[in-house]
Design a protein around this ligand. Sequence first.
Ligand SMILES: [Mg+2]
Length: 235
Amino acid sequence: MKKAVLFDLDNTLYDYDKPHKKALKNVYRVLKKHVKISFPRFLLLFGFAKREIHRELAGTAAAHNRILYFQRLIEKTESTVDPGLNLLLYNAYWDCLLKNMRLRPGALDVLKELKKKGLKVAIVSDLTTNIQLRKLKKLNIGKYIDVLVTSEEAGSEKPHQIMFLLALNKLRLRPHEAIMVGDNSITDIEGANSVGMDTVLLKRGILAKVSKEDYRKPNYVVKGIPGVLKILEKV
Ligand SMILES: [Mg+2]
């Protein structure tokens, strides 16, 4: 019998792609008031900025900080701009994304059921604590979450083992007593498997090629969050 479930947040408990696209459009709406730029060029420069930041800060929480993406983007437009513009873009992004976030079908019922069964729930997520707290608040699931671990807090991103070990340490549990649920077979599954946890892959995210002995091979695969309850009955 497992004592805890660790969940990834982005694209696992809620759908990230749609609100992210809307948020980027909202950023462009603000940016074009200050800088002459077409939408395709904005997307191109945003992509360059994001990849550069990822390359430079790989493995750290700051690698996903939108304020760094937008700073780099603004600099790439070679415009003389108001220093406050980045903050406008940052808020335009998160305000829009938060407004459009929706829990995945069945996710709330699963969290309620886990509470009822007396299991602990952790969120193990890359990014800053400030933003992840804002998401939990918007999704209104704080009362079902026992601990939160962010990469900002742990000092490294998934799949680094510290992310999972810190969550287990906060819960006072050992790896075999918990199960990790996530949409990414590299960050979520490989990382949790490598510390000896059982893993559940939500089949909609990044599916890396796996070989038989690979840490990227999940113990279980589900198509939706409710599938997690059935797995917990089995293990
Ligand atoms: Mg994810």
